[in-house]
Design a protein around this ligand. Structure first.
Ligand SMILES: [Fe+2]
Length: 242
C-alpha cells in the first residue's frame, strides 16, 4: 500500500522547532555546494571539504573514506514531519526484520547541543518507508525510538528507503527523524543520501535534484558499500531550551 506523504497541515506542525528560516538558509547553502560540484563533500560539511582540499589525490581513486563532520554548532535544519509519524514506536535501534529486504544501512552519529557538547539520554525517533516506497501505517515496521548513550551517540540498523510519489511530488529517499533532549524542544527533520548512492537501480542525483523538500545540509555521509551494505554517519545539533 502506498501513501501520500507530507500534507499541508503537517507542514505547519513540523516547524515547531522554529527553524523554517534556518531551513531556507541551509537550502541555499546546499545549492551553492552543488554548484561547486562537491556533493559528497557538501554532505560532510565544511570540515570535510577542507580536508579534501588538503588531499590533492583525493579525487584520483585514492580518496579516503568520508569522515564524520565536526560539530559546527549550527542547528540541524528542520523539515516537515509529514502525516505518517506514529507515536509509541518500539524502543529499538535495529529495524531489520525478515520482511525488510532493502539495501542495508548502518547509521550512527552523535547528538550535540549548540555549544557542541554531546547530549546523553536524548530521544531519537526514526521512521521511513521500505524498499518499495511504502510506509507501514498499521504496524511499526521501520519505526523505532532510542536514547543516545553516555557519549551522546546513537546507532541505527536499517535500510536505504526507496523514493516514492506523494503530495510533494516525487520524494528522494529520506529518513524521518525527531530528536529531543530532556525538557527541550523537538527537532523534526529528514535525512537524505548523497547523489552517488547506489540502491534499487535509482538515480539518486536526479531524485535529489527534483525533491522540493530536500536540504543538502541533512545529507548522510556514506562510506563504502561493502557486502551490499552502506555505513552512514550523521550528527545532529539541537537546542536544549524551549
Ligand atoms: Fe516520507
Amino acid at each position: 500500500m502506498r501513501y501520500a506523504d507530507e500534507t499541508g497541515p503537517d507542514d505547519a506542525a513540523g516547524t515547531q522547532h522554529g527553524s523554517r528560516r534556518s531551513f531556507i538558509r541551509s537550502t541555499s547553502a546546499g545549492v551553492t555546494a552543488v554548484a561547486l560540484g562537491a556533493s559528497v563533500a557538501a554532505s560532510a560539511g565544511p570540515s570535510a571539504q577542507a580536508a579534501e582540499a588538503a588531499a590533492p589525490g583525493a579525487r584520483r581513486g585514492t580518496r579516503p573514506l568520508a569522515v564524520t563532520p565536526a560539530c559546527s554548532g549550527q542547528e540541524t535544519p528542520a523539515s516537515i514531519e509529514g502525516p505518517l509519524f506514529k507515536p509509541n514506536s518500539p524502543a529499538r535501534s535495529d529495524l531489520i526484520t525478515p520482511a525488510i529486504q532493502g539495501v542495508r544501512l548502518d547509521l550512527s552519529g552523535v547528538v550535540y547541543d549548540t555549544s557542541c557538547k554531546p547530549l546523553p539520554e536524548t530521544l531519537i525517533e526514526f521512521w521511513q518507508c521500505d524498499q518499495n516506497g511504502d510506509y507501514d501505517t498499521s504496524g511499526f515496521s521501520l519505526r523505532g525510538h532510542q536514547y543516545t548513550d553516555s557519549r551522546g551517540a546513537y546507532q541505527l540498523r536499517t535500510i536505504i528507503p526507496r523514493d516514492y510519489w506523494g503530495r510533494w511530488g516525487q520524494r528522494a529517499p529520506h529518513i524521518h527523524t525527531r530528536v529531543q533532549a530532556s525538557g527541550g524542544p523537538v527537532l523534526i527533520t529528514q535525512l537524505y543520501f548523497p547523489d552517488s548512492t547506489q540502491a534499487y537501480g535509482r538515480d539518486f542525483a536526479a531524485l535529489n535534484a527534483a525533491d522540493r523538500l530536500l536540504n543538502r545540509a541533512c545529507t548522510i555521509s556514506l562510506t563504502g558499500q561493502e557486502g551490499g551494505r552502506y555505513t552512514g554517519a550523521f550528527d545532529f545539533v539541537i537546542t536544549t531550551t524551549v
